[in-house]
Design a protein. Structure first.
Length: 368
């Protein structure tokens, strides 16, 4: 009999949720992670009393009441509402696209005036069946907003011309004809008081945890320890890229501690939407938790073209990569006692609530 029921590779939100559900049922779990900390991309680093989102801004939002109840068992959430600002060559606009945005851009006052302006642009430049992100964006919000607030930001983010990107990416951006700056439409939203580490630590408190472990380099050793394995790393890397590598986007973060500045930008997230800046966003972390401490910490977020050995953040879900993933999925289905999960294991873009939902479904399916 092996020492553990489950070896969980990856201490991010998916792995931690699965581990919590397994330990609740009396299963012994060993959770390992390549990084030197738990929490995956939602890990927070405390700098001068400020919880810094080490791998970019994470705002929990959901319309699923059961998922909201689930996460609230681990911590209390504050009432943070995500209301980012867009900076285009020094001009500031409210995000998502709403009446404040339209008023600043065109001088319109009423929703009907804004709709008329957008319809005029859609009729002139749009298409009924958008085939790419550029066509989709213009069909949604017209040419002016597309060119100032979407085009260059998105090209920086994905490293591709908007004409080469799939239309569905822009469907995630809400468009509304009210003076409402709340980025999300979801019923529930907030940031864990004390940062996301609180959630992960509580999820894993009955598990054994090892960090700084490269599972794929020590696979034989760790496989001997457990009956079953949950793997949340890159699915193509697991198979040593034998069918070729999937494509991802990577990110680089530059932190700057400003001890003599208490409020740098007045908002947690500013999107920089022109090519003038190489970074896509600047984050001022103290605003996530309404922290009134002295000094501040800002982070510039740079999108990077992923190459072998880099940290993978987003899958590139175009037709070519999806077809290759399906082939890897066939290999994964033949692996004995190995479950694949998470954003990298399933090669899917998940918001945090979806990560938890899919992890719970996976746990229900596999944990007896």
């Amino acid at each position: 009999m092996k020492k553990y029921d489950y070896l969980i590779v990856g201490a991010g939100l998916f792995g931690a949720t699965f581990a919590y559900e397994a330990s609740k049922k009396g299963k012994k779990c060993l959770v390992i992670d390549r990084r030197n900390h738990i929490g995956g991309n939602i890990y927070c680093e405390n700098i001068n009393g400020i919880n810094v989102h080490k791998y970019g801004a994470h705002i929990f939002h959901t319309s699923d009441k059961e998922i909201w109840k689930y996460v609230n068992q681990f911590c209390e959430f504050n009432n943070y509402v995500n209301s980012p600002i867009a900076n285009y060559k020094g001009e500031l606009y409210n995000m998502p696209f709403n009446m404040n945005t339209f008023s600043k851009l065109w001088g319109v006052v009423t929703p009907d005036e804004a709709k008329a302006k957008i319809e005029e642009q859609k009729e002139k430049y749009g298409t009924e069946d958008p085939q790419n992100l550029e066509e989709q964006a213009i069909s949604l919000v017209g040419k002016d907003i597309y060119e100032k607030l979407v085009k260059e930001y998105t090209e920086k983010q994905w490293g591709r011309d908007c004409k080469e990107l799939p239309a569905f990416i822009i469907k995630r951006l809400p468009v509304r004809f009210t003076f409402n700056n709340n980025y999300f439409n979801d019923r529930y939203q907030g940031i864990p008081i004390g940062g996301y580490n609180v959630i992960i630590e509580k999820m894993l408190e009955n598990c054994d945890v090892e960090t700084g472990v490269d599972y794929l380099k020590e696979k034989e050793k760790y496989n001997k320890l457990a009956e079953k394995i949950l793997y949340t790393g890159m699915i193509d890397e697991y198979f040593d890229y034998k069918l070729g590598n999937l494509e991802y986007r990577s990110l680089k973060f530059e932190n700057e501690v400003l001890p003599d500045v208490d409020n740098y930008q007045g908002v947690a997230v500013v999107n920089y939407t022109s090519h003038n800046e190489k970074y896509t966003r600047m984050i001022e972390h103290k605003h996530f938790e309404f922290n009134d401490c002295k000094g501040t910490v800002i982070t510039k977020e740079y999108p990077m073209t992923w190459k072998l050995g880099d940290e993978a953040y987003y899958p590139v879900n175009d037709e070519k990569n999806t077809a290759l993933f399906e082939k890897y999925k066939e290999l994964a289905n033949k692996e004995e006692n190995v479950i694949f999960g998470g954003r990298l294991g399933n090669y899917k873009y998940y918001d945090m609530d979806k990560v938890i939902k899919v992890a719970l479904e996976t746990a229900k399916q596999f944990i007896q």
